[in-house]
Design a protein around this ligand. Sequence first.
Ligand code: FES
Ligand code: MG
Length: 574
Amino acid sequence: MTKPPRRSRLWFDNPDDPGMTALYLERYLNYGLTREELQSGKPIIGIAQTGSDLSPCNRGHIELAKRVREGIRAAGGICFEFPVHPIQETGRRPTAALDRNLAYLGLVEILHGYPLDGVVLTTGCDKTTPALIMAAATVDLPAIVLSAGPMLDGWHEGRLAGSGTMIWESRLRLAAGEIDYTQFMDAAAASAPSVGYCNTMGTASTMNSLAEALGMSLPGNASIPAPYRERAQMAYATGTRIVAMVDEDLRPSKILTRAAIENAIMVNSAIGGSTNAQPHITAIARHAGVEIEPMDWQRVGYDVPLLVNMQPAGKYLSEAFHRAGGVPVVMKELLAHGRLNGEALTVSGRTAAENVAGAAAPDGDVIWPFAAPLKEKAGFIVLKGNLFDTAIMKTSVISEEFFERYLNQPGKRWVLEGRAVVFEGSEDYHHRIEDPALGIDEDSILVIRNAGPVGWPGSAEVVNMQPPAELIRRGVKALPCIGDGRQSGTSASASILNASPEAAVGGGLGLVKTGDLLRIDLNTGTADAVVDAEEWEARRKASHRASRPARPRGRRSTAPPSASSPRAAAWSLP
Ligand code: FES
Ligand code: MG
């Protein structure tokens, strides 16, 4: 095999331009690298470092990078580690929503503008994974994903305490007066027992599992808990592998094909993955030049069964998933039942089918067999109607209680009807949800709008709205929710979300009024406000796009932004 020319030679060893070579070279010698090394033809491998004190979910990468370096050196490469714009999903105010694209843009410029032949993408917290893969796809430099790994399983009062899920549960208990402030804080802390990212199948574990399903990481990478020895061993293997990938010219364009994108969609159903997978995988596909439509999520993914028994769709956390064999077991099971494109090429240099050939059989408890799954048809349903052109509903988290109460009424299977109670974003929701004048009862459907990519801006995880405390005390722990925002991947809410077009750009959600009857029919995939067509048209005419928020400009003040709405943030215009 002929090795491709080294890209880094343009900087460090360009015979046509000694002047620029000298300029590029000298500064990289000033911490001890030698000219011999940099001109030896060894590939220069970047480590895109997402770990920092600001991003605890990815902080383990600071240590792991040392093993990556050893792997790179052992395989004959030279390593340049550099920082990526930090993203902390839970700590970033007002929202980390825009940071995926910010980190993406920054990384594109780094990969494009510096002497790198390949790159190790250190992923973890929700948006770090798509941001880094999108950048690698854009620049099309050999790239391999190394996950930080999930936290160990949390335990609280003798029960598993999962990231996010514990917070949602404890908030309900706090609202119902069952626990106090201190008990609430203790429960939250118990769900985060070690370094690593969320230990539930939230957006982080989902996106790292899907990076593996896409073929962008070595098999088995996603599920190894952050503190396990295998994590550092995986770091070493990843470092050695990227050097070979450079020689093989194995680029994202050969891996991120339509087959790989479909594999991610199918694996997402089988793992009970996050609804955030939809915008992230769509963005990765677009940057790789693969066109996917919202309906592809239903067409490719809906009838794939739920195999992984992990919170929020099931009961276990990441340590159990890892012990059961992780993503390779799931992929092998899907492949055996014709629900995986086995020929898709991966960073290992082998196909997806070859990667998982030696994987274990499902244990039947943490990972269930395809033939007898936790739930049949567990993918997303894609809905349309006068409320929006597309929105998704994650079926794997529909609880028995919710199913019985709303979807399986006699003569009305899979039809959900109720009166809309409309909120203009999450601040409005928080201000008014306890207002008895709204008359919220078990026949209400909570609607939130102006929470999408333009309206928020960036799209916020706010659609999983908690019912008023009075209702919770009466045992109604969830109401149907609809919105043009997103929701946390750790939420078990069967919301209808990611509605597009969003209200802020003229979508139908902007025309709904509190009191309107809404009808969601999952048999036909429709979602409509049952409002007379003339009246609906009149509302459309009357609505003007002035509701579209002005883009904030200028310097920010040092006052902390609001946690709930960027539009309430303090901006100081020049
Ligand atoms: Fe970072 Fe969940 S908040 S992984
Ligand atoms: Mg999130």
